[in-house]
Design a protein around this ligand. Structure first.
Ligand SMILES: Nc1ncnc2c1ncn2[C@@H]1O[C@H](COP(=O)(O)OP(=O)(O)OP(=O)(O)O)[C@@H](O)[C@H]1O
Length: 252
């Protein structure tokens, strides 16, 4: 895969730049996410990964460049409109409605799109089973452990039936067993649901097992894209991660 849009059915960023005052957080970054694939977005702390997701979902304005969803230029649309076109995300910190139950937290995604409560229940139920949340469906979100919170958050995003799902550090703070469970859920999602996933995470073993393709960013610029093996051995990636734990794992 070259990283160039090869069909209209993809989410893409074209030469996207984002500024925070005098800081150029993103500098002419391209990205392509196809349906059915998991793209890992990697890079050292502060390299611009979250900003790129924010630019795609409309949470930060572009200084220049374009974002396209299935061929439509969505650069000027607010986040809600982009969500309605099927671009859903999770945040670095979990954002659940703490006073609602697990089921209600998932159903809310359907109701927010204009679905009835009944439709919401019909969509939420299989997700609750799929995510192993059956025993907890009536518990308040406030009572959940961290791994379950993360799973509810992803199930909620899926309830909105996304075409593209952008996950910002979904395994952060998870123990090994929890991140193993997350991996097994995420691994088959693109194929089963025909959606594209971008995942940012510092858990390199997880990223390397999960992703079909990687894009590495450093100091707001893309430094490598390609297969997991191509990117992990790219000289610019080795240099960017030099001396860090993630670098040791990447190049092991
Ligand atoms: N709202 C903001 N205002 C000012 N600067 C910001 C803002 N958001 C991000 N930045 C800066 O932009 C740069 C890129 O940050 P970003 O959060 O995108 O990096 P990241 O690769 O996701 O980092 P991490 O892996 O640590 O989460 C950093 O220098 C950061 O301090």
């Amino acid at each position: 895969m070259t990283g160039k849009p090869d069909s209209a059915l993809c989410l893409s960023a074209e030469a996207v730049s984002v500024r925070f005052g005098s800081l150029k957080a993103l500098d002419t970054v391209d990205l392509v996410l196809n349906r059915g694939e998991i793209l890992g977005l990697i890079g050292p702390n502060g390299s611009g990964k979250t900003t790129l997701i924010n630019a795609i979902t409309g949470q930060v304005p572009l200084a220049s460049g374009r974002v396209l969803c299935d061929g439509e230029d969505i650069s000027a649309l607010p986040p809600r409109e982009r969500a309605l076109r099927g671009i859903l995300r999770s945040f670095q910190t979990v954002r659940l409605f703490r006073d609602l139950t697990v089921s209600e937290n998932i159903e809310v995604a359907v109701v927010a799109k204009g679905g009835s409560r009944r439709e919401a229940q019909k969509i939420a139920q299989p997700l609750i089973e799929e995510f192993g949340l059956g025993e907890k469906c009536d518990e308040l979100a406030a009572a959940l452990n961290y791994g379950d919170e993360r799973r509810v958050e992803i199930a909620r995003a899926l309830a909105a039936e996304p075409k593209y799902l952008l996950l910002d550090e979904p395994a952060a703070g998870m123990n090994e067993e929890e991140s193993e469970g997350l991996l097994s859920i995420l691994k088959t999602l693109p194929e089963r649901r025909g959606l594209g996933i971008i995942i940012i995470d510092h858990d390199m073993p997880l990223i390397m097992r999960l992703c079909s393709r990687l894009q590495a960013i450093a100091s707001g610029k893309t430094i490598a894209t390609g297969s997991v093996n191509e990117v992990r051995h790219a000289p610019a990636v080795i240099e960017a991660y030099l001396g860090s734990d993630a670098g040791e794992l990447l190049h092991a």
